[in-house]
Design a protein around this ligand. Structure first.
Ligand code: DON
Length: 325
């Protein structure tokens, strides 16, 4: 009892120095003028998104939320769905899933065919396209529609705010746009299937993966998802346990190791917070037992990570000493 009282005290003492409103407003002003980066255009719908949209939201494990900028504007979650569907598949399969999908960095682009060919037994990790499509194939349900509804519902429960607030929803336009241009992901699914690595029909897994990437979300909802992960899987507002702590550990660890693809190592050294990016322009950072930071700005760097979002999280991590060490 005495030990836990001491730990709680020190956590709160450190948090007292964090002024969330001030931090988000400072970082918003500081980085809003950045012109570098380019919207993703290999998914035609993403090229059309206004590149000057910019928002930051922070949600804490005790249920507070602060935001600035276009924090109510929806955008497609893209690869930030990967750690979430990974959590759902762990719930369905347990940690034996990790042996099939792998946990290690590839050092290659998120949709690399070379990585699929050159890694031992073709195994990669749940944060790159191949691993995420594979993970999706292991989600259980009576048919494709039930498996997809289960995934959407899971994301909505992670994101759930106060009653009456809007939920993340399926973005049909982005889904159609990606479905008609995703030949590369189709090739990845075919190869995974050829190597006997899929838990079900490869085209169905690809379709549900593409649907999950098309989920439309606001920056505030994304921050709530992160706060649920930071709060060991229990949504801080609804108090419902959505994901067991033993699986939150895997999800957040994989975000740390592989969340920013080939630049994950630099990110972990320089910023030191578990994060996941998406080509829609979002980045979600999870600081266990404290808070989540969600940032949205569409222009990306060469690895597919939002330029402004990286700057904001790096700045806040440094100022608030969020680095894991
Ligand atoms: O499969 C794709 O290429 C996209 N739906 C997701 C890629 C992505 O978000 C990579 N992230 N930074």
């Amino acid at each position: 009892v005495i030990i836990s009282a001491t730990i709680n005290f020190s956590i709160h003492a450190a948090d007292a120095a964090i002024d969330i409103k001030k931090g988000i407003s400072e970082s918003y002003q500081k980085f809003k003028g950045i012109k570098e980066g380019k919207n993703a255009d290999y998914i035609p719908d993403l090229a059309k998104v206004n590149p000057s949209l910019f928002s930051i939201a922070i949600a804490t494990v005790d249920g507070k939320i602060e935001s600035i900028g276009d924090a109510e504007t929806t955008f497609s979650i893209q690869s930030i769905s990967k750690p979430l569907i990974y959590g759902l598949a762990l719930k369905d399969n347990g940690e034996k899933l990790n042996i099939k999908v792998g946990l290690n960095a590839t050092g290659q682009k998120f949709n690399s065919i070379q990585a699929l060919e050159s890694t031992q037994n073709h195994i990669q990790n749940p944060m790159v396209n191949a691993g995420a499509i594979q993970v999706t194939s292991f989600v259980k349900g009576k048919d494709s529609n039930e498996k997809w509804q289960k995934a959407l519902n899971f994301v909505q429960q992670l994101a759930e705010g106060k009653s009456g607030e809007k939920k993340p929803y399926f973005g049909e336009a982005v889904y159609k746009s990606e479905s008609s241009t995703n030949l590369r992901n189709k090739a990845i699914s075919d190869l995974l299937n050829a190597y006997g690595m899929m838990g079900g029909d490869p085209l169905d897994a690809l379709d549900r993966y593409t649907k999950a990437c098309s989920i439309m979300i606001t920056t505030k909802q994304l921050a709530m998802i992160g706060a649920t992960l930071a709060n060991q899987g229990t949504n801080p507002i609804t108090k419902k346990n959505i994901l067991q702590t033993e699986y939150v550990k895997d999800v957040v660890a994989e975000m740390s190791v592989n969340g920013l693809y080939e630049t994950s190592g630099e990110w972990w050294v320089n910023v030191g917070v578990a994060s996941k990016s998406g080509v829609g322009g979002g980045i979600l950072a999870v600081i266990p037992n404290k808070m989540a930071i969600a940032v949205f700005s569409p222009p990306l760097d060469g690895a597919g990570n939002s330029v402004k979002a990286q700057e904001v999280i790096k700045y806040l991590s440094k100022n608030w000493k969020l680095h894991f060490l």
